[in-house]
Design a protein around this ligand. Structure first.
Ligand SMILES: Cc1cc2nc3c(=O)[nH]c(=O)nc-3n(C[C@H](O)[C@H](O)[C@H](O)COP(=O)(O)OP(=O)(O)OC[C@H]3O[C@@H](n4cnc5c(N)ncnc54)[C@H](O)[C@@H]3O)c2cc1C
Length: 405
């Protein structure tokens, strides 16, 4: 490992690897990417890997469209292919309250010239035979949504970054950052000290805890998110679209002949990584069976085949949440040379192209999407207690589908 370098990226998940790739692509030299474990071993490999690029907020569209374009052309951008299963998505409102959101998606799609269809319940069932939503008030089909194998995305960025000269060092845990007179000077690791003037902190669930080591409070909280995969079921069509039901906040898509089912608000639980052992791995995250049972019960209301389904895989991890459900991609006024990339809001895979781009923008003095102020740390002015912060982030997590998208 080098003892001195230009930029250190902490975290080899989808955000850190994307940032390292974009920084190298901008021509920055001497970049060191560090991970405490193997590459992409945090929350990233447990994601459902789904994309939802149409945003009801017009200002977000350049960003989400960049992500869509990047994922669609991943091999050309990075040199490494990913399998983006673009079978579209159904977004379903069960009450009239969410019809305006569907209409906003239509406006966004029209603005981009992309296909978006309104479907009847019968049309939807033809696409997804296991779905039963007789009470649906509105159903739209978004043709360009899809899903990827999440680890392959991080590995693709990392491989491309390595090809551009980035040094990747796994099993190297950053224990602290040396900040002297308000300037980053070095990182301390279990393999020694590395002098540097620029640090990108993309340590996923550990971001807040690591920042606390050098006296910085970052208002971001890891909240457990769970999904599961069933054994193959009759009538699951491999090419069926993702189904997103807004009010019960569930998503369902095909996976290996069965269904992958996830949802929000079923029992939100935030974590303080200081309470977990030093060697804790995301793969050791305890299941919350009350959450799983509630999720299963609700999902079976709309997918009756799930009543008899056997679970063959459980997915869970600790995505990071902020109190306003926006990413935190920012420099920090108190510490020159530090950039934070966190607050994935359970969407880090799909947003990773733009998040990496914005991290690089902060160092390369650009603002590709004109959104850096939206994601800046200085938007959090009011200081609240740890309990309030965690409560607010759990509430945000509990309502992720119910906020305007
Ligand atoms: C069940 C589930 C379903 C999901 N579905 C989707 C989806 O459909 N679409 C989507 O876009 N997103 C989804 N997500 C969210 C997505 O997984 C996250 O947004 C994303 O993986 C966050 O990436 P990250 O790089 O911030 O964190 P991580 O992947 O956790 O990476 C952080 C890395 O930092 C390393 N690290 C931590 N501390 C240190 C240290 N001190 N020194 C060195 N390295 C360190 C860790 O080892 C880890 O590898 C889902 C998540 C879950 C759990």
């Amino acid at each position: 490992m080098p003892t001195s370098t230009n930029i250190v990226v902490i975290g080899g998940g989808v955000l850190g690897t994307s940032a390292a790739f974009q920084l190298a692509k901008d021509g920055h030299q001497d970049i060191l990417l560090l991970d405490r474990g193997p590459l992409a071993n945090g929350t990233t490999p447990f994601a459902a890997g789904q994309t939802a690029y149409l945003s009801a907020s017009p200002d977000r569209l350049p960003l989400t469209n960049y992500c869509l374009d990047f994922l669609e052309n991943f091999a050309e951008r990075t040199g490494y292919p990913i399998d983006f299963k673009q079978h579209g998505s159904l977004r379903i409102a069960l009450t009239e309250a969410y019809l305006p959101e569907l209409e906003a998606h239509q406006v966004a799609a029209d603005g981009l010239g992309h296909e978006l269809k309104s479907l009847t319940q019968k049309d939807a069932q033809e696409l997804v035979p296991t779905l039963e939503v007789p009470e649906a008030k509105g159903i739209i089909f978004i043709a360009r949504d899809g899903y990827v194998e999440p680890k392959s995305v991080a590995v693709g960025y990392a491989s491309a970054a390595r090809d551009l000269g980035v040094t990747i060092q796994t099993h190297t845990k950053v224990t602290n950052v040396d900040v002297t007179k308000g300037q980053v000077k070095a990182v301390y690791t279990n393999h020694g000290k590395v002098s540097t003037k620029q640090v990108v902190l993309a340590a996923g669930a550990w971001t807040r805890q690591l920042a606390q080591q050098f006296g910085l409070e970052i208002p971001v909280v890891p909240v457990r998110h769970q999904a599961y995969v069933t054994a193959p079921l009759v009538d699951v069509v491999p090419r069926q679209p993702i189904v997103r039901l807004i009010e019960p906040q569930i998503y369902v898509r095909p996976e290996l002949g069965g269904l992958l089912v996830g949802g929000y608000g079923y029992r939100p639980t935030s974590f303080d990584m200081n309470d977990l052992p030093d060697h804790f791995e995301i793969s050791a995250l305890e299941p919350d069976f009350i959450y799983y049972n509630r999720l299963q019960h609700t999902a079976a209301t709309y997918f009756p085949a799930l009543q008899q389904a056997v679970v063959v895989q459980e997915l869970r991890g600790l995505p990071t949440i902020t109190i306003d459900a926006r990413h935190l991609i920012s420099t920090v006024a108190e510490i020159e040379g530090l950039i934070i990339a966190t607050g994935c809001q359970v969407g880090g895979i799909q947003s990773s192209p733009a998040i990496g781009r914005m991290v690089a923008d902060l160092i390369s003095n650009q603002d590709s999407f004109g959104l850096l102020s939206t994601f800046a740390a200085n938007r959090f002015e009011a200081v609240c207690s740890d309990t309030q912060l965690r409560d607010q982030c759990e509430t945000v997590y509990s309502n992720l589908y119910l906020r305007p998208h």
